[in-house]
Design a protein around this ligand. Structure first.
Ligand SMILES: Cc1cc2nc3c(=O)[nH]c(=O)nc-3n(C[C@H](O)[C@H](O)[C@H](O)COP(=O)(O)OP(=O)(O)OC[C@H]3O[C@@H](n4cnc5c(N)ncnc54)[C@H](O)[C@@H]3O)c2cc1C
Length: 470
């Protein structure tokens, strides 16, 4: 609870304008993009400088008040839900790009910069920041960093962890630290930069980041292939990569997703097909033409019924936008849309898609699957209704079976969405008891009083996927 005395001290740090605690304001920060989870914070604070963050954290630590860092709240793991109350620390004022360094190929920026704004700023200078989560027009770089966000270009270019070179962060004690920087080779002692990436706001607050940039590829082209079954699409993915072609993007949609997306964006997709792959390659004109031709041949050889190459970059972009709209399109079907993030080795793609279909049938649920096929990172998505408690129970059982199947196939419970609350009960399955114990000890070293984003990542009961809406 925030006493009047503590409130006065916090207000003296940021001013009344940036201390929000009316019912409406608190309600607006009681949930994020994850369905089923909601809990009221005591206050929302919007700091403007690192020094302010340090002072707030120091006070919160002294008074044992939870701190929940928040970018745009688009995470899908319940990561910014204030499940134990406390202060939501909204980093939206850290929204400046301080420098684009054309000699070192880096950008230094605040964590509140929106991902696609960074894309545009660096592309205007012929540079390229590849990670592109589907939420890139809303999500912040700080949120991406804390979740280790991926996106459609992960196959060729990797994910957020591959681009974070340096960080400034604040510990609950109020200490301000720096790790990494502009040096390509820069690990002295433990790699604190990598440790902070994916830490989901449980260790400290990121107040500045330096990211790696690449030269902007000269051109890109898009190919689309439709299949009468799932296996042929999966084989195309495998065969393309074993032929030593690494496309920038290899996205998969099953028939159910195709139907919904087509209804939403009116592309005229051949809806009798069982699955489709959306493949993009970038590079020089010559490389792109050669690769797209070879991929088209591979797709046909693996049984694709229709193979089309987008004639213009605009047509290619239209297809990519359609894929990015998959979650929005699916959420029109029923009141609650639950999307998961099971990931398997590429060679198990067809197997996991079939397994998801089997599990959806078993629990009589409406489930669609789409995702980053090249990474083996699928998003089985269940359209349901949170008011129907009996059905939600079946949804939870079905997702548990999907997680177990992914682990059995050598995969993981989350490819890019993080653990948060949604998957904390399953973390032990992935990292084992000893792994969990070490992580908890690391957390205690950073945050001995447990104020940083409590109730996330580590399960505190045996109940699975507990619904905490209140
Ligand atoms: C339509 C849609 C599509 C999506 N597509 C993708 C996708 O393709 N790939 C993908 O990886 N994800 C995707 N996501 C998930 C989500 O967008 C990402 O997780 C994103 O990186 C979150 O950014 P955010 O600014 O919204 O962060 P938030 O949701 O606000 O926060 C995410 C986590 O980061 C912590 N945090 C935020 N800022 C800081 C900070 N400065 N310091 C410390 N911790 C901090 C929070 O406490 C929380 O744990 C999608 C989500 C939606 C709704």
């Amino acid at each position: 609870m925030i006493t009047q005395e503590l409130k006065d001290q916090l207000v003296s740090i940021v001013g009344t304008r940036f201390y929000l605690d009316s019912n409406n304001e608190r309600y607006a920060y009681s949930y994020d993009a994850t369905p089923l989870y909601q809990s009221m914070p005591d206050a929302v604070i919007v700091p403007g400088t690192t020094e302010e963050v340090a002072q707030i954290l120091k006070l919160a630590n002294e008074y044992r008040i939870p701190i929940i860092p928040r970018g745009s709240g688009t995470n899908l793991a319940g990561g910014t839900v204030p499940v134990e109350g406390g202060i939501v620390l909204h980093l939206s004022r850290f929204n400046q790009i301080y420098e684009i360094d054309r000699e070192n190929f880096t950008a230094t920026l605040g964590p509140g910069v929106v991902t696609s704004e960074l894309h545009q700023a660096v592309e205007a200078q012929g540079l390229f920041y590849p990670p592109d989560p589907g939420s890139m027009h809303i999500s912040t770089m700080g949120g991406n960093m804390a979740q280790c966000a991926g996106g459609m270009r992960g196959l060729k270019y990797g994910v957020t962890k591959d681009y974070i070179m340096g960080l400034e962060y604040v510990l609950p004690s109020g200490e301000i630290l720096r790790c990494g920087g502009k040096n390509v080779k820069d690990v002295a002692g433990y790699d604190m930069t990598r440790l902070m990436v994916g830490s989901e706001g449980t260790l400290g607050i990121i107040t500045e980041m330096t990211v790696k940039l690449l030269p902007l590829p000269e051109t890109k082209r898009t190919l689309i292939a439709y299949y009468s079954n799932l296996l042929d699409a999966a084989r195309t993915v495998e065969k393309t990569i074993t032929s030593k072609i690494i496309p920038a993007t290899m996205e998969f949609m099953d028939q159910a997703t195709m139907r919904v997306v087509d209804d939403f964006v009116k592309l005229g997709l051949p809806l009798e097909m069982k699955s489709m792959l959306l493949i993009e390659q970038d590079g020089t004109e010559q490389e792109v033409d050669r690769d797209i031709e070879q991929i088209a041949e591979i797709a046909r050889a693996q049984g694709a019924k229709i193979v089309e190459v987008a004639q213009t970059p605009q047509e290619g972009e239209r297809l990519m936008v359609a894929r990015r709209s998959a979650l929005a399109a699916l959420s029109r079907l029923r009141p609650t849309t639950i999307l998961e993030d099971a990931t398997v080795p590429r060679s198990k793609l067809a197997e996991i898609v079939e397994e998801i279909e089997r599990i959806a049938d078993k629990y009589q649920l409406q489930m669609c699957t789409f995702g980053h096929a090249g990474d083996g990172n699928l998003h089985p998505t269940c359209m349901t209704d949170e008011r129907d408690t009996e059905e939600i129970k079946r949804v939870e059982q079905a997702f548990e079976e999907i997680f177990l199947a992914a682990i059995r196939m050598g995969g993981t419970i989350t490819g890019e969405h993080g653990v948060g609350m949604a998957k904390m009960d399953y973390l032990g399955l992935k990292v084992g008891e000893a792994g969990l114990d070490l992580m908890k000890r690391l957390k205690a070293a950073f945050d001995p009083n447990g104020i940083m984003n409590p109730g996330k990542m580590f399960a505190n009961s045996d109940r699975r996927r507990v619904v905490v809406k209140q």
